[in-house]
Design a protein around this ligand. Structure first.
Ligand SMILES: O=C(O)c1ccccc1N[C@@H]1O[C@H](COP(=O)(O)O)[C@@H](O)[C@H]1O
Length: 215
């Protein structure tokens, strides 16, 4: 079974569609420059209405970009993500320290445009619980992800390490089956590809995405 993460949830409709479709992970973006930014209070409000047994099979991911301890504390005072997604330039040492201090698992996002980027990712093997391979952002971008941009999925055929990993970047219901086949990904992560507008998830696209993954 391919692991699926739906990221950048802001509204009940998208959250319900992700859960009904069987998401393994759902992500909240705690990066203020993102159109998918939510306050910790809003994320907690969205989660509060859910039956407790949902969390037996669903992991909550908090996405941060180069967070300070204060950024993390501000969120952890209100809700406790199971996993932090590090989507900035965090060093392996910084991730290791946060993992221990906040007793949380870690996804490290790696921007990929060449095989050299895969080599650089090896530095995170001992400190991350998962790696997430995403396209690099466009040059003038004000945020490092969530642009709907894909990279050459076949590059991932060179990745041979055992660590669990997710493929991200520009995935859609139309492309995800090819992406899995060409990359060999054990998991996929999508945000803009299942939206009707930036920050607005489309329940029909979420359902179609899962259908394509399972297909
Ligand atoms: O979604 C964002 O706005 C965002 C902001 C800052 C860092 C990462 C962000 N999104 C993540 O980027 C990848 C790929 O997204 P997409 O499917 O291409 O839209 C994914 O992990 C998002 O969660």
């Amino acid at each position: 079974m391919t692991m699926v993460k739906i990221c950048g949830l802001t509204e009940e409709e998208g959250l319900d569609a992700a859960i009904e479709s069987g998401a393994d992970m759902i992500g909240f973006v705690f990066y203020p420059k993102s159109p998918r930014y939510v306050t910790p209070e809003r994320a907690a409000e969205l989660l509060d209405g859910l039956p407790p047994d949902i969390f037996d099979d669903l992991r909550i991911v908090g996405l941060f970009v180069d967070p300070t301890d204060a950024d993390l504390e501000q969120v952890f005072r209100i809700l406790r993500p199971d996993i932090i997604q590090f989507h900035g330039s965090e060093t392996p040492e910084r991730i290791e320290a946060i993992r221990l201090d906040f007793a949380v698992e870690a996804i490290k996002a790696i921007g990929v445009s060449s095989a050299e980027d895969l080599k650089a990712a090896e530095a995170y093997l001992s400190v991350a619980d998962y790696l997430l391979f995403d396209a690099k952002p466009p040059k003038d971008a004000d945020r490092p992800g969530g642009h709907g941009v894909a990279f050459d999925w076949t590059l991932m055929q060179q990745w041979t390490h055992d660590i669990p990993w997710l493929l991200a970047g520009g995935l859609t219901p139309e492309t995800v089956d090819d992406a899995i086949r060409l990359s060999g990904a054990p998991g996929v992560d999508v945000s803009s590809g299942v939206e009707s507008a930036p920050g607005v998830k489309d329940p029909e696209k979420i359902a179609a995405f899962f259908k394509a993954v399972d297909g």
